[in-house]
Design a protein around this ligand. Structure first.
Ligand SMILES: Nc1nc2c(ncn2[C@@H]2O[C@H](COP(=O)(O)OP(=O)(O)OP(=O)(O)O)[C@@H](O)[C@H]2O)c(=O)[nH]1
Ligand SMILES: [Mg+2]
Length: 315
């Protein structure tokens, strides 16, 4: 049975999509060794069953929090056949940081661009076709809370499962970092390591000084880790900053370029009805008189209603 994993930032709608896909056919437990909740379920599409896993919300795939480690370990070791990356359309730049990391890992990804109703309310316009071309990932717009787009999403995910192997995406990190990546790749290729991750990604993670990757490679070759340290020192000297930070910057630059022509935000934020009411109620001059008026009306009502009830009781 093929496995579909739901991955995304906290609160972007993963569980809502999970529920829409699996209905009552789900099971909640814990991930081994941690207190993080594990949700698994089954989804039937065109008479075939798929296993669906709802992973904890995470902004990144480093090794900093339990949630991050659970999500990342499942993607690396659980070998999902496709990852549905749920992206909050109202906060696309921040959400795409995780997307970029998934693409770098070389997993098969479909983006569920969720909260499209809220994005529309806020006047955010997204050209999903252009964005999909830039990122080279299929994108399906969804409003999970209203069950919109869910069928199209599962269909797309299955198409991707059946498509050819995914390749890890290369983001340009600039000449200096790219050069060190190439050096490390060469070393990794020569040492015939028995690890199943893409070589580009291993080299990148080593330069990021990622604790999990450093430990994994150290077991196979201490020599490579010595070379990594040298590469990091070289880069810190030439870039003037820690390569880990430089890599984060480059990912954000890539995101900026990708969304430049596909997302339009309103010049001034569109005001929702609740914003408009807030503006009147908290106005510098009218705020207090309105407050006094409301209190007066409540006071009068209390007596009017009170008199009616008690008046009748006494009578
Ligand atoms: N307006 C709107 N609300 C949504 C949409 N999808 C989900 N929500 C709401 O957003 C909130 C968070 O949704 P969840 O599905 O719990 O999000 P999550 O990603 O599982 O959150 P964590 O597990 O905490 O990371 C809930 O109140 C949902 O009803 C959507 O497309 N539009
Ligand atoms: Mg959830």
């Amino acid at each position: 049975m093929s496995t579909i994993a739901l991955v995304g930032n906290p609160n972007c709608g993963k569980t809502t999509i999970f529920n829409a896909l699996t209905g009552t056919n789900q099971h909640v437990g814990n991930w081994p060794g941690v207190t993080v909740e594990k949700k698994e379920g089954k989804c039937r599409f065109e008479n075939e069953l798929y296993q669906v896993i709802d992973l904890p919300g995470t902004y990144s795939l480093g090794a900093y929090s339990e949630d991050e480690v659970v999500a990342r370990d499942f993607i690396l070791k659980g070998n999902p056949d496709v990852v549905i990356n749920v992206v909050d359309a109202t906060n696309i730049e921040r959400n795409l940081y995780l997307t970029v990391q998934l693409l770098e890992m070389g997993v098969k990804v479909v983006i569920a661009l969720n909260m499209m109703d809220e994005a529309e309310d806020k006047g955010i316009k997204i050209d999903t076709k252009a964005l999909s071309q830039k990122l080279q990932v299929p994108i399906i717009s969804t409003v999970a809370s209203k069950n919109k787009g869910i069928d199209a999403l599962i269909k797309q995910a299955i198409d991707v499962i059946k498509s050819e192997e995914a390749k890890s995406k290369k983001i340009p990190y600039g000449h200096e970092i790219d050069k060190e990546i190439e050096k490390l790749k060469h070393l990794l290729n020569q040492s015939n390591l028995n690890v199943e991750y893409p070589i580009d990604w291993i080299a990148l993670k080593l330069l990021e000084n990622d604790s999990y990757m450093v430990e994994t490679i150290k077991k196979a070759s201490v020599d490579i880790i010595e070379n990594v340290k040298r590469s990091i020192d070289n880069l810190t000297n030439s870039l003037g900053i820690d390569p880990e930070i430089a890599i984060v910057d480059k990912r954000y630059e890539f995101i900026e370029r990708s969304i430049k022509n596909s997302i339009k935000k309103p010049d001034s934020q569109v005001q929702t009805t609740s914003d408009k009411i807030d503006n009147i109620l908290t106005h510098k001059w009218f705020g207090l008189p309105i407050f006094a008026l409301i209190m007066f009306v409540i006071y009068q009502l209390t007596f009017l209603i009170g008199e009616d009830i008690f008046g009748e009781m006494v009578a």
